[in-house]
Design a protein around this ligand. Structure first.
Ligand code: SF4
Ligand code: SF4
Length: 102
């Protein structure tokens, strides 16, 4: 199970909380407004999904904070981009998923 004792080991992405099948993970906000996971050990069944999905635990940054592996994209439609706060990729993904009856 996730056990965040050092704040640099958590970016607060919420992936562990989203994937937990027992809703055992809640988030507490620290004094600076950043949230960190807290596991209810009574609910946890030790399935390990939280650790498998955590980008920090799995070093999706390649363990290199100086030169992290990144992917950049934006929507081809300029009107969508202007209506978006981060390049319009959510619209592109959502449109595709809706077209495939997702
Ligand atoms: S090990 Fe499984 S049940 Fe326990 S907190 Fe992680 S995802 Fe939830
Ligand atoms: S998945 Fe990892 S980085 Fe994301 S909130 Fe949970 S512990 Fe933090």
């Amino acid at each position: 199970m996730i056990n965040t004792t050092n704040k640099v080991d958590c970016c607060g992405c919420n992936a562990c909380g989203d994937i937990c099948p027992k809703d055992a993970i809640t988030f507490e906000t620290d004094i600076e407004g950043f949230w960190y996971p807290k596991v209810d050990r009574d609910k946890c069944i030790d399935c390990g999904l939280c650790e498998k999905t955590c980008p920090i635990t799995n070093k999706l940054d390649n363990g290199n904070y100086q030169k992290p592996k990144v992917v950049i994209a934006n929507h081809k439609n300029i009107e969508v981009r202007f209506d978006s706060t981060s390049g319009g990729m959510f619209t592109a993904f959502a449109d595709t998923i809706y077209k495939e009856n997702g």
